[in-house]
Design a protein around this ligand. Structure first.
Ligand code: ARG
Length: 462
């Protein structure tokens, strides 16, 4: 980046050049150049509005719009000389415009300030990123639906306290992940409504004395409304905080998924096997195959949660209106966007490649006495009070444990030793298939319900 001594657009009032360190310390162009396309889009709309309001003439407006488009092309070709002395993306582009088209370029900033400009750029940027993140979530969800449908009949232990609790279907478990992500996608849509509002027109903080038409600028930029208080428009970054809240929750969900993949791919569980191309080895232990991708997703969730806290902290003590503190909103936001995109991409690629060991899952469900609740329910249906049934089954489990046998492997005679209410038909409820099939209601784990949930979800996604 060029560190030139270009005249500052605000240089008029100053008697000496900026200290070199201060120049670098205060500049945001090394990171806010990422906003260039939004900055140009906002400026084009602003110029058109100025023309319509009679503040620019048609020739000036055309020169500005063409100049800005040419600058966009320069930036995209890598031909644009970014200058640290020009502080930020806004002044870099404006200075270049004036260099290209002359005096008309100097009129672009009429009726606006960098304060409403940067808020506009950021909202345009975030609106686009929300759309991309939502599409990426939908991509992962659709991979989940395919897997859930395939594994609708696969039985695994469901856990509470990480102890085998009751049998569930793997498809049902995957659909739980789907639901978490569906709320994330919905939250982002709701957040988008508050992002998609136009600050431009607030100028520095108090509005402007020019006869501007904010509704027209909003319409040109596809904003659903305008910010209705100029002080609020330039100062609040709650829309960034809200997005980071959504992103932190999304990453928290992805981190929980990661945690399960890590556990399940260990030799102790061995429910799934991650493909080699998604794992790495150890430089010292030749036998190792490490689940780095889910581990990194789990680890990276910490950054996004941190960025949320950073923005809340950034905001909490700022008096109205704009303060330079707000320049610190960008790097956490950009990093959150990149982190979320990376995590979603990693899981969308990984999920369809998971090798599922159905036999191993089934064995784990069987050995965990996960049908004990079904036996208790069976006794209740035969007139035993639930607490007595619980006690009888608890004793039966202890007996089976001591023998190293499953409940379904106990003879009728042995079972009747715990409750005389037990009959030959008990074996139907002691099977894993019987247990999951019995939970056949909306939200239950029965394979039939999983398939119905997948069907409903496909409709919601499309
Ligand atoms: N680079 C600044 C930011 O990111 C743009 C706004 C600067 N406004 C000002 N009054 N210095 O917030």
């Amino acid at each position: 980046m060029k560190d030139d001594t270009a005249d500052k657009p605000w240089g008029g009032r100053f008697g000496e050049p900026t200290d070199a360190f201060v120049e670098a310390f205060t500049a945001s162009v090394p990171f806010d150049r990422r906003l260039y396309a939004c900055d140009i889009e906002g400026s084009v709309a602003h110029a058109r509005m100025l023309e319509r309001a009679g503040i620019l003439d048609a020739r000036e407006c055309r020169a500005i719009v063409e100049g800005l488009e040419a600058i966009r092309a320069e930036i995209e070709r890598g031909d644009f000389a970014w200058s640290l002395a020009l502080e930020d993306v806004h002044m870099n582009i404006e200075a270049r415009l004036t260099a290209r088209i002359g005096d008309a370029g100097k009129k672009l900033h009429t009726g606006r300030s960098r304060n409403d400009q940067v808020a506009t750029d950021l909202r345009l940027y975030l609106r686009g990123e929300i759309d991309s993140v939502r599409a990426a979530i939908a991509g992962l969800q659709s991979a989940l639906l395919d897997t859930a449908e395939r594994e609708a009949d696969t039985i695994m232990p469901g856990f509470t306290h990480l102890q085998a609790a009751q049998p569930v279907t793997f498809g049902h478990h995957l659909m739980a992940w789907f639901e978490m992500l569906d709320r994330d996608r919905e939250r982002l849509l709701d957040c988008r409504r508050r992002v998609n509002v136009l600050p431009l027109g607030a100028a520095a903080l108090a509005g402007t004395s020019y006869p501007i038409d904010r509704a027209y600028t909003a319409e040109l930029l596809g904003f659903e409304g305008v910010c209705t208080n100029s002080l609020d428009a330039v100062s609040d970054r709650d829309f960034v905080i809200e997005f980071l809240g959504c992103a932190a929750l999304l990453m928290t969900h992805l981190s929980r998924i990661a945690e399960e993949l890590i556990l399940w791919s260990s030799a102790q569980f061995a429910f799934v096997d991650l493909p080699d191309r998604y794992c790495t080895g150890s430089s010292i232990m030749p036998q190792k195959k490490n689940p780095d991708v889910p581990e990194l997703v789990r680890g990276k969730s910490a950054r996004v949660i941190g960025h949320l806290v950073a923005l809340l902290t950034l905001m909490k003590a700022q008096p109205l209106a704009y303060n330079k503190d707000n320049q610190e909103d960008k790097e956490p936001l950009f990093d959150a966007v990149d982190t979320v995109a990376g995590a979603l991409r990693a899981f969308t690629g990984l999920l369809p490649t998971l090798r599922v060991d159905r036999e191993r899952m089934r064995q784990a469900a069987r050995l965990g006495y996960t049908t004990a609740t079904d036996l208790a329910d069976y006794l209740v249906r035969r007139g035993v009070a639930f607490r007595d049934a619980h006690e009888a089954v608890g004793r039966a489990v202890r007996f089976a444990l001591e023998q190293g046998r499953d409940l379904s492997e106990l003879s009728l005679e042995e079972l009747r030793g715990f409750s005389a209410a037990i009959e030959e038909d008990v074996y139907a409820v002691l099977t894993l298939e019987g247990s999951v099939a019995a939970r056949n209601h909306l939200g239950g784990t029965a394979p039939e319900q999983v398939r119905a949930a997948v069907r409903r979800a496909r409709e919601r996604l499309s």
